[in-house]
Design a protein around this ligand. Structure first.
Ligand code: ADP
Ligand code: MG
Length: 349
């Protein structure tokens, strides 16, 4: 590498957009794009408090470690269960995305709206300690809407539903701001829980969280279609009565049925938000449709279910898992015009 290349690399400030999600953390670096996409999981040795693994490596350890190793998802329910581990994880991801170099990025971070002011402050401090020069927090649904390409700067009503792991965030946005919103702690994790519960009750079988997630992704659906109804899958777990491993074959429709309760909670929240929406904006939403983002948007038939229940057309974003981080990236690129979206939550070194 020539001197000029070296100069460029070391002096360019690599600004970062971060989606600190309850299930996945993504990092966008300006000029590069998405450089990191990892589960929001960290494994810590409880004896000496050493970090053993972060991200995918830590997720593989979930439910598979001896008692001395604590594998946790610090943002699991959209609230921070443990400040210290959340901080450790965030610092680790920032440093990894930075490639170990000591650049002092400006960071824009999207965090679940259920996170309290005090918790937000703790995360901003963690980012500053990880080397950020300044940190700005943006509302997750707003970032998701920007990333999904909705025209949020215009005085036009847009509705976004971001179904993540721990929370579903529903928001009506217009003119750079949130007009109405609701956050419910029912999303992908609760769908997994519902499958675990169903397997136990109907098939006398205990399955783990990762298996439940696999079932959901492979044969789960939110609304009937002929293809899904033919889907079957062999599931392994422990027989409740004998305590021995066994395999059962399950079908798509029973998994859909097992998830109906948490899906109803999401639908009810969407309806409540629509009911509170001022009429002009509601009319815009009817014209333009509802946008779906987050990993939950990939559940088969979720768009049809929402359309059916609300009477409004529903679109799935192009890259539902990347919307928030792409939104933070767009905020970085248009930083000076976008000052309004930070709602005063910024902090500098
Ligand atoms: P968060 O923003 O809370 O970190 P994500 O937007 O990354 O969450 O979405 C994670 C959730 O999406 C998980 O619950 C995961 O099981 C779910 N998910 C991912 N892919 C699919 C799929 N193909 N079908 C259904 N659910 C999915
Ligand atoms: Mg998210």
């Amino acid at each position: 590498m020539g001197l000029f290349g070296f100069f460029n690399q070391s002096s360019l400030s690599r600004d970062m957009g971060i989606d600190l999600g309850t299930a996945n953390t993504l990092v966008f670096v300006s000029g590069k794009g998405i450089v990191l996409q990892e589960p929001s999981v960290i494994a810590i040795d409880s004896k000496d408090k050493q970090t053993l693994a972060v991200g995918e490596d830590a997720k593989k350890m979930l439910g598979r470690t001896p008692g001395s190793v604590v594998v946790s998802r610090p943002l699991r329910n959209g609230v921070i269960a443990d400040f210290d581990t959340a901080e450790l994880m965030l610092k680790h991801f920032i440093q990894r995305a930075n490639g170990g170099r000591t650049v002092n990025p400006r960071i824009v971070v999207g965090i679940p709206s259920g996170v309290t002011g005090v918790e937000q402050q703790a995360l901003m401090n963690a980012a500053l300690r990880a080397g950020a020069r300044e940190v700005h927090v943006v509302d997750e649904p707003l970032a998701a809407a920007i990333g999904a390409g909705l025209p949020v700067t215009e005085p036009i009503g847009n509705m976004i539903i971001d179904i993540g792991g721990g929370t579903t965030e529903i928001a009506v946005l217009s003119y750079n701001g949130t007009v109405e919103s609701e956050s419910v702690r029912v999303a992908g994790d609760e769908l997994n829980e519902a499958i675990i519960h169903y397997m136990k009750k109907i098939h006398n079988m205990i399955i783990g969280e990762r298996t439940a997630e696999e079932v959901k992704i492979r044969i789960g659906s939110a609304y009937p279609t002929r293809n899904d109804d033919d889907a079957v899958m062999e599931v392994r777990g422990l027989h409740l009565l004998s305590g021995l491993p066994r395999t059962v074959t399950i079908k798509g429709p029973e998994i859909r049925e097992s998830m109906s309760e948490p899906l109803l909670v999401i639908i009810e929240a969407v309806k409540r938000t629509l009911e509170r929406t001022p009429p002009e904006l509601a009319a815009d939403i009817v014209d333009r449709g509802i946008m779906l983002a987050g990993g939950g948007a990939l559940l088969r038939g979720i768009n049809t279910l929402i359309s059916h229940e609300t009477g409004i057309i529903t679109h799935i974003a192009d890259e539902p898992l990347n919307c928030v981080v792409l939104g933070t990236g767009k905020v970085l690129e248009n930083f000076n015009q976008m000052e309004r979206v930070f709602s005063g939550r910024s902090q500098h070194q």
